[in-house]
Every structure is written in C-alpha cells, then in structure tokens.
Ligand binder design. Structure first.
Ligand SMILES: C[S@@+](CC[C@H](N)C(=O)[O-])C[C@H]1O[C@@H](n2cnc3c(N)ncnc32)[C@H](O)[C@@H]1O
Length: 218
C-alpha cells in the first residue's frame, strides 16, 4: 500500500465533502458517548482504546484515505462495533460530520501532534483555527473535553490561545504531565523515545449559563 507521508490540505480534491455515514449502521450503540480523534493516522491509538472501553464510541478523522481504509479493515478484523475511521480534511468535513451525528453524543475530542506547518505562508494549512474551535464548541457536549498534545511549543501556545479566546472553553489543566488515556499515540511514543518534551492541555466546554463568569477566570 502506498502511503504519502504528507498531503497538501489545500489540494482541491480535499474540498469535496464526502457522503456522511449512517451512524446506526456504523455503531452498535449510536447514542453512546463519542470520542473524536482528529488526525488519527494509522488508527493505532483508537484501535487500542476502543477495545478497552465498550461503553464509548470512537471516531477517527484522517485526511489520508489509504490509512483510513486500512484502519477500518483492522477494526473489522478485531470485530469492533464502537470504532470507525472517516476520510476527510478536518477543516472541510468537521461541521457536516458533527451535524450528522446524533445530537449531544460528542463528549471528547483529542488532537495529537497536528502538523505544525511552520512557514508563515503555510499557516493556513493548520488544522486548529478560531473557526475550527467554534465548530467544536457548537457540537461538543456542554461539559465535554478537548485534549491537545504536541511537541512543538510554539504550536501549543498558538492552539492554547485560540481555545482560551473562545468563551465556550475553560482550561482544566494547562500542563498535563501524563497522557490521561494510558495509551500513547504513535507520534507520542516516538517523541518520548527521543527524549523530547510533549506539551499537553485539557479544555472543558462551559454550559451556556456559566459562560459570562468564565470570561473573568481564564
Ligand atoms: C503528525 S501526525 C500525528 C498522528 C497521530 N495523531 C499521532 O499522534 O500519532 C498528523 C496526522 O494528521 C493528519 N492530518 C493533517 N492535516 C489534516 C487535516 N486537515 N484533516 C485530517 N487529518 C489531517 C495527517 O495526515 C497525519 O496523519
């Protein structure tokens, strides 16, 4: 199988919104709480976690189609009915994807080592933008959580500032020492093996009635 290391998210083919899945055919229990992993790559992380937690559904969103097809084959082989991988450009498909899900199921979002796109002219390829965070805020359960981790301090600061500028989110923990799932992502394993630091933060959604008081606390 040929897998590209990187794809250009500005390529026109990623702007097409694919048909949305029929969730009642995807998950055995479509109304269970859902954990969405953005940039799920090989699916390694969700394949581990979905086997441990039967009472949650897991959804991986990844731009590289070949990885998604392989990850869905692996989850079929394991007989998992609480896991699914969807191919698409997160900034294009996030809204229609979340809109298609049963209302209120999205309770956890993880974003691990999103591509940093360092160069100034490449910044518009970054996944986490104010618009992106606004969409997450719209569909995340009122007390839902977002976990972010990266080895790039500058990117971490950038993402952190975008989340705290959104009145729907508050910080649970700015510097999380350990991965809270007890299962590391592939990139996390590789970064830690190299002895490099990982910057992790957890945010929590704020129910509408509590948002004004949070403006003073963040
Ligand atoms: C550095 S890898 C990290 C993979 C995995 N989360 C981990 O921690 O091992 C970033 C992943 O995000 C995917 N990706 C990048 N931009 C994306 C986008 N706009 N939409 C969906 N996936 C994207 C890449 O293809 C890649 O698999």
């Amino acid at each position: 199988m040929r897998i590209h290391q990187h794809v250009n998210p500005l390529n026109k083919k990623y702007l097409v919104v694919p048909p949305m899945p029929e969730w009642s055919k995807v998950y055995a229990k479509p109304f269970n709480p859902l954990h969405l992993d953005l940039g799920s790559a090989s699916g390694y992380f969700l394949l581990q976690i979905a086997q441990k937690n039967n009472d949650w559904n897991y959804l991986g969103l990844e731009i590289r189609q070949a990885l998604v097809e392989r990850a869905n084959r692996w989850k079929e082989e394991k007989g998992l009915h609480n896991l699914f991988f969807f191919a698409g450009h997160a900034n294009v498909v996030l809204k229609p994807l979340l809109e298609s899900l049963p209302m209120g199921v999205l309770q956890y979002v993880s974003i691990s080592f999103p591509d940093p796109w360092f160069k100034r002219r490449h910044q518009k390829r970054r996944m986490v933008t104010p618009e992106f965070v606004h969409i997450l805020a719209t569909y995340l359960h009122p007390y839902g959580k977002v976990f972010i981790q990266t080895d790039i301090q500058e990117l971490h600061e950038n993402i952190f500032n975008i989340f705290i500028s959104n009145p729907h989110f508050k910080i649970v923990d700015k510097q999380v020492e350990q991965n809270p799932f007890g299962i590391m992502t592939e990139r996390e394993i590789s970064v830690l093996r190299q002895g490099r630091p990982v910057y992790r933060t957890i945010f929590e959604g704020i129910p509408e009635e509590n948002r004004m008081s949070n403006l003073n606390n963040n």
